[in-house]
Design a protein around this ligand. Sequence first.
Ligand SMILES: O=C(O)CCC(=O)C(=O)O
Length: 309
Amino acid sequence: MQWNSWAMHAELGVCSKSRTMVSTRAFSTVLNPRGRAFSLSHPAKAQSCSIAGGRFRYGVARISSFFPKLMWSEGFTIFGSPLEHACQLWPQDYSNFCDVIEEYEKEMKILARRLMWLMLGSLDISKEDVKWAGPKGDFKGANAAIQLNSYPACPEPDRAMGLAAHTDSTLLTILYQNNTSGLQVHRDGSGWVTVPPIPDTLVVNIGDLLHILSNGLYPSVLHRAMVNRTRHRLSVAYLYGPPPNVQISPLSKLVDLTHPPLYRPVTWTEYLGTKAKYFDKALSSVRLCVPLNGLVDVNDHNGVEVGWT
Ligand SMILES: O=C(O)CCC(=O)C(=O)O
């Protein structure tokens, strides 16, 4: 794998990384709107996801239950191997889809580990400071899911929302978007800022668990997806998190008398449950105290309207 550029917008909590060789084939195979996952009929998609014990989910965004209106999108979430479901969806050709997902997973895992150490290293955190990363610091037990998002062209884009404002419950999320813009991040003082798709570039969003781990030094990013009048937008999110039952808390090296821990320990499993219950108040629900500088923790999104008209 080779990287040809690196840009970080720490203020936004988003960084983008250009790539030269990350699975171009993967993107075109998985995302090709005519050829793949989203072109199937609704019953076929729904049926493929009803396999008992399946780890393949199709449908509206999980956060939909917090909003009175439906969002203009559909998605597949893939945990682990998609083999069983892919066999149902494409009996003649499932291996191609599985190969692509597997290849993509592998590449993203390597990138996610690298990004974790780049970010933690910049806070002077080393492998010894993160026990659950393992003796080699390879985050062996880390968990991940792949989320395929589809936002069809919308005749009234000003009245619809692809995906409403949210933060991710991950450590970090690596996002590929096709060449149609739609992703926006919220920036204090400026409001919503579009993150344009740049060819061969991935976007990295910081999630709530890295926010907690870094004691708020890497704030998670509030983001949303808008829709387009004429163009079908597609994105692939690699959702990267810790082992499900490891307690994530502010790293002790980042905590002292003047910087007390802002969050209580929480496992990913527990945090996902908290998010499902409290949504945009999840981070404040695990907060121990307000930051000493008196600033409102922006990632509690106080005052930011997460709905749409
Ligand atoms: O499609 C996008 O740009 C955003 C996707 C996203 O936020 C998500 O999958 O959680």
